[in-house]
Each structure stands twice: as structure tokens, then as C-alpha cells.
Design a protein around this ligand. Structure first.
Ligand SMILES: C[S@@+](CC[C@H](N)C(=O)[O-])C[C@H]1O[C@@H](n2cnc3c(N)ncnc32)[C@H](O)[C@@H]1O
Length: 220
């Protein structure tokens, strides 16, 4: 799975076979994004040098596990997209979904806008700012986030952006159960219900990815 880069830096990971299963017809677009992220992501401060050897498995396919959970024709807001995970990856794989990438940092927004234009992603848009700046002004059916902050802080940032019967989908690490425990009061306050921790991608990836999935509001 590793390929030598001729001594220029960390060896890059070649595309795992699972990428084709996960991206379907959008695989060429996903490859084009991965190649640019591998070439320029470190220089632009989007990805650390130690991450390059696991760019596909730990980053791109880790994001792609959310794609089958997105509602057909729905609107998704990805909070703190950074270099593109998971929101841009989801925008590529699911052209039927409208994806908004919420990111405050100017340089990261410039990168995301450049990728959207280059890859001709008409369904994907950047909203520059912090999540809380959009409370009351913007709503989505589903909210995604990866590596932004602990659940206790992420819930108050994201719930006000959810439409009625909306859903939270957060990519989380092995400590997710501790995060849920620490967030009990906040989860109750924001009426977060039907909480599940899904372990996805085990068949395609070396290790499974944990997804915090929950609904918000009264039962409907
Ligand atoms: C560690 S990076 C993770 C980036 C990407 N989600 C990933 O997994 O590679 C966290 C990102 O969240 C953004 N961020 C931090 N606080 C935020 C907030 N309140 N609203 C929206 N984005 C935020 C930062 O600018 C940064 O790009």
C-alpha cells in the first residue's frame, strides 16, 4: 500500500481498493482531490507530514463512511471542514446532496473554494465563519463534524443549526463513550435523543471508524 516518493519526504499511501467501493462513480473526482491534498496539503498547513502515509485510510475513506448515511436530496452542514474532511469528500461522493462547508479560517476557505471550482462541484459551497455565527440564520437536515471539539462543546455549536427532525453525524475516536458520559447534561439540555455509536468501514479499512449519530427534538 505504500509507494516511495524518491526521498522527497514521507512516502504516500496509494489508493486502497476500497476507495472504488466507497466513491462509486465519483472515484476520479475523489482521486483528483486526494492527489492535490497529497501534493499541497502539507505546505498549506492542511495536513501534517505524518498523515501523508495514511491519507486515504485515515482521512479520505474515514470521511467517506458517512456518505451512505446522508439523506437523498438533503442539506448537510459540515462544521470545521479544514482541508476538506469530511465535508468536501461527502460533496464529491454524494452529488445529490447539498453540502455547506462551515470554516472560519480564510486560507482554508480559499483552498476549499479552489477545490470546488477545480472539481466542478455544483452541490458544495463554503460558508466562512464560526458555526455559532450562523445560529438562527442557516439550517441543515444533517450536521457532520470531525476533529473540531469534544461532544460537550460540539452539541451547543451544532444543534441550533439543525432543522426539525435533523440528525447529528460526528466522526469520533475511541473515547466517544467517555465524551458521551461527560456531555450528559448538555445532551439533555439540547434534547439530543436516539443516540447511537456506529462502527463503520471495518470491511474496507484496517480499523473501523466510530460515528456518533443522534436525532434532536421531539419524536416525529
Ligand atoms: C483540527 S481541524 C479539523 C479539520 C477537519 N474537520 C479534519 O478532520 O481534517 C478543526 C477545524 O475546525 C475549525 N473550527 C474551530 N472552531 C470552529 C467553530 N466554532 N465553527 C466552525 N469551525 C471551527 C478550525 O478552523 C479548523 O479548521
Amino acid at each position: 500500500m505504500k509507494q516511495d516518493d524518491g526521498g522527497q519526504g514521507a512516502p504516500l499511501e496509494t489508493e486502497p481498493a476500497a476507495a472504488i467501493d466507497m466513491a462509486g462513480a465519483q472515484i476520479d473526482t475523489l482521486r483528483a482531490f486526494a492527489a492535490d491534498l497529497a501534493a499541497r496539503g502539507e505546505e498549506l498547513g492542511l495536513i501534517g507530514p505524518l498523515e501523508l502515509p495514511r491519507l486515504w485510510t485515515r482521512h479520505i475513506l474515514n470521511s467517506a463512511v458517512l456518505a451512505p448515511l446522508l439523506r437523498t436530496g438533503g442539506r448537510v452542514a459540515d462544521i470545521g471542514t479544514g482541508g476538506g474532511m469530511p465535508g468536501l469528500v461527502l460533496g464529491i461522493i454524494r452529488p445529490d446532496v447539498e453540502v455547506f462547508l462551515v470554516e472560519p479560517m480564510e486560507r482554508r476557505c480559499a483552498w476549499l473554494n479552489e477545490q470546488i471550482e477545480r472539481l466542478e462541484l455544483t452541490n458544495t459551497h463554503v460558508k466562512r465563519g464560526r458555526a455559532e455565527e450562523f445560529h438562527g440564520a442557516f439550517e441543515a437536515d444533517q450536521i457532520t463534524a470531525r476533529a473540531v471539539t469534544a461532544l460537550k462543546k460540539l452539541v451547543p455549536l451544532t444543534v441550533p443549526l439543525l432543522r426539525e427532525q435533523g440528525e447529528l453525524l460526528f466522526l469520533k475516536g475511541a473515547a466517544i463513550h467517555d465524551e458521551i458520559e461527560a456531555a450528559q447534561k448538555v445532551l439533555r439540555k439540547h434534547k439530543v435523543r436516539d443516540i447511537e455509536v456506529l462502527e463503520l468501514g471495518a470491511e474496507q479499512l484496517a480499523e473501523s471508524t466510530r460515528v456518533f449519530r443522534a436525532k434532536v427534538g421531539t419524536h416525529g
